[in-house]
Design a protein around this ligand. Sequence first.
Ligand SMILES: [Mg+2]
Length: 187
Amino acid sequence: MIILFDLDNTVYDLLGGLEKRFKGYKREYQKTYSFSKTKGVVAQDVYALFGDPNFFYELKPFPHVIDAIERLRNYGHYVRFFSSCMNEAVAGAKAQRLWEDLPFEPELCCYLGDGYPNIHHHILVDDNPIKIRGILERNPSSRIIITKHNYNQGIKGQGVLYIDPFSPSYVDELLASVLVFKTRMMI
Ligand SMILES: [Mg+2]
């Protein structure tokens, strides 16, 4: 199966990066996807940071996600990646980061702006509640594994499962979720 991973807040801990940059900010303050009224940050400063390639290059992957990706590939799944980028320098930094963290050459699609590119997949692993709702509307056959954060809980549906990116059982949960979706699709 083709499994498409988003990068920010799915593979890489962007909120953790913001906690490092802004002393008054904590990930639990992030109750909506928008930064415009989030305690501890100035939205303008956050969006300026999103144009800085060094910020993205310094982000850390979630503890078990690289292992999970390797396991998926070992089971024969095809893994690809995509990410929204504010400029080409950011896209380059994300590609470099991913290249260095994975033991294989990644296929990464970076796109400018908020529009979601139509990338073929069977299962999407993502955190963005707006994008996920849009994909479910346009493509009901998509199966979605949501990287669980405070701002994206409440999306429900037959093709939706949640996984906590900090859970010690992340790898097992991800593999089990893929198997559940695979089995459902074969029926
Ligand atoms: Mg994301």
